[in-house]
Every structure is written in C-alpha cells, then in structure tokens.
Design a protein around this ligand. Structure first.
Ligand SMILES: Nc1ncnc2c1ncn2[C@@H]1O[C@H](COP(=O)(O)OP(=O)(O)OP(=O)(O)O)[C@@H](O)[C@H]1O
Length: 252
C-alpha cells in the first residue's frame, strides 16, 4: 500500500522586480510504500526542502497531486491541513523543536494531549514507547537537562506517539556528534523495522542515509536516480558516496 503518492508535482517560485521565477520542483512523480524508510538526497538547490515543505503542507504546490494516506493534501484548506498534519504526520527536525517549559514526557505527550486523549490512554501509550526508545528514565527532566542525542530520541518518540501515517525527518542528525547520530539513526531504524513506521528523511549525510532502505536522489527538481539497500549498511554507504560523487550533494 502506498502511503505517499506524488503525481506530476510542480512548484514554481514566482519572480519579482526583474528576478526570474524558479521551477524548484519540475513534474516530479514518486511513491512511498507503507513501511518504507526513504532518504531524499541531492545537491544544494535541487528541491529537497521545497519537496518536504509541500509534503508537510507548509508550502503549496503550483500543480500536481500529493496524496498522503489516501488524502490529496493539495486540495485541503489551511485549517484542514493543520488538522491533517497534527493527526497523520510526525516530524523530526534538525533543531529538535522541543518545548523548554515542558518535561520530556509532556513534550512526547503533546500530540496526544492536542488530540484530547485521556490521561490513562496517554500513560498506556507513552510508557512502552519510552521504554522501547530507552528514554523512560528521562521522563521528568526538561530539554535543557539532556544532550542533543537524547533530545533527538525524545523528538522521535513525539513524532511517533500518535501513530502518524508517515514521519518526515529534516536533516535529523545535522546537529549531532557522530555517536549520537548513530544512536538516533538506529532508533529510527527500529521504529521502521519493529513498528513498521514509514519514514521519509532529507539528509546530506551519507552515514545517516545508509540506515535507509531506499535513497531517492533528486536533481533540478526531479528524480535523478534511486537505489535500494540490500541490508548491508557498509555496502549501501559506499554506493551512496559513489552516487553523490556523480550527482553532487555532499555537504558544502
Ligand atoms: N522561498 C523561495 N523563493 C524563491 N526561490 C526559492 C525559495 N525557496 C527555494 N527557492 C529556490 O528553489 C530551488 C530549490 O531550493 P530548495 O531549498 O528546495 O533546495 P534544497 O535541495 O533543499 O537545497 P539545500 O540542500 O541547499 O537545502 C533553489 O533554486 C532555491 O533557490
């Protein structure tokens, strides 16, 4: 079953005062199946952020269809999109986006609180989730008490808490040292493996990308090539490096 279907997506940023318009996404079509773990890579300016912004409803497509979990999100009003986003999409951002005034447990519970779940439902959901992610001993701490790597695992827990159709991750390892990056990517891998979460991650980092099952390289706003992992991460890492050297996309 496809969780994301993108059909002939186009995004043009209009020009102004003599500045030419830019076609950031150019007739892109792509599908993502349930349970897949997809990395989006490509050179700077290839359209990765634009794509993620459209998929998550932050930005509007110029034309084309974006169907997520059976819903064409290009047809939703701003309010409908806000609700859809809250209920059906989880996010992991580069800069964590945790609320400093809430404990870590409250941060994770936030999507469930917004969904008006009862305290018991929230407790029943969060306890096994925090155990699964190895963060149950952190629950009463505040974001400023913990490391970047721990924050990112809390962010992963929050992203998955209300069982979204898909998790979007934007350079999730961008602010992490290599040990924490390894840790987070293992966490994301197990969300994908054990909980069958569908994940779409934008990253420049071949190490992070090597945890994905499939990499889609984009260039000039369209899919340039794709590759699938055989399950051997080291081999996949080498293949990603090789592709990056041809297509571009190494961190500047
Ligand atoms: N708000 C905007 N207005 C006009 N042009 C934009 C805007 N945002 C992005 N662009 C242009 O659209 C194209 C795609 O940009 P985008 O940010 O999606 O690329 P990217 O692949 O995410 O790049 P990077 O890896 O550097 O983050 C680029 O040519 C960029 O200059």
């Amino acid at each position: 079953m496809d969780v994301i279907t993108i059909n002939h997506l186009v995004k043009v940023y209009n020009g102004y005062k003599g500045v030419k318009g830019i076609t950031a996404i150019d007739e892109m079509s792509l599908t993502v199946e349930k349970g897949d773990f997809v990395g989006i890579m490509g050179p700077s300016g290839s359209g990765k952020t634009t794509l993620l912004n459209i998929l998550s409803g932050v930005d509007k497509a110029t034309s084309g269809e974006v169907i997520i979990d059976g819903q064409d999100i290009t047809k939703l009003s701003k309010d409908q999109m806000a609700l859809f986003r809250r209920e059906r999409i989880g996010y992991i951002f580069q800069d964590f986006n945790l609320l400093d005034s809430l404990t870590l447990k409250e941060n994770i519970a936030l999507p469930l609180i917004l969904d008006k779940k009862s305290p018991k439902e929230i407790e029943d959901k969060l306890t096994p989730l925090m155990q699964f992610l190895g963060i149950d001993d952190l629950k009463d701490k505040y974001p400023f008490h913990i490391s970047g790597g721990q924050k990112q695992r809390v962010a992963a827990a929050r992203a998955i808490a209300n069982e979204p159709a898909v998790i979007f991750a934007d350079e999730p390892t961008g602010n992490l040292d290599s040990k924490s990056a390894n840790n987070l990517m293992s966490t994301m891998s197990s969300l994908n493996d054990k909980l069958n979460s569908t994940i779409l991650m934008v990253s420049h980092d071949p190490f992070a990308a090597s945890f994905c099952k499939r990499i889609v390289f984009i260039k000039d706003g369209n899919v340039e090539m794709e590759m699938r992992s055989s399950g051997d991460r080291k081999l996949f890492f080498d293949k990603i490096l090789e592709a990056q050297s041809v297509i571009g996309g190494e961190r500047a």
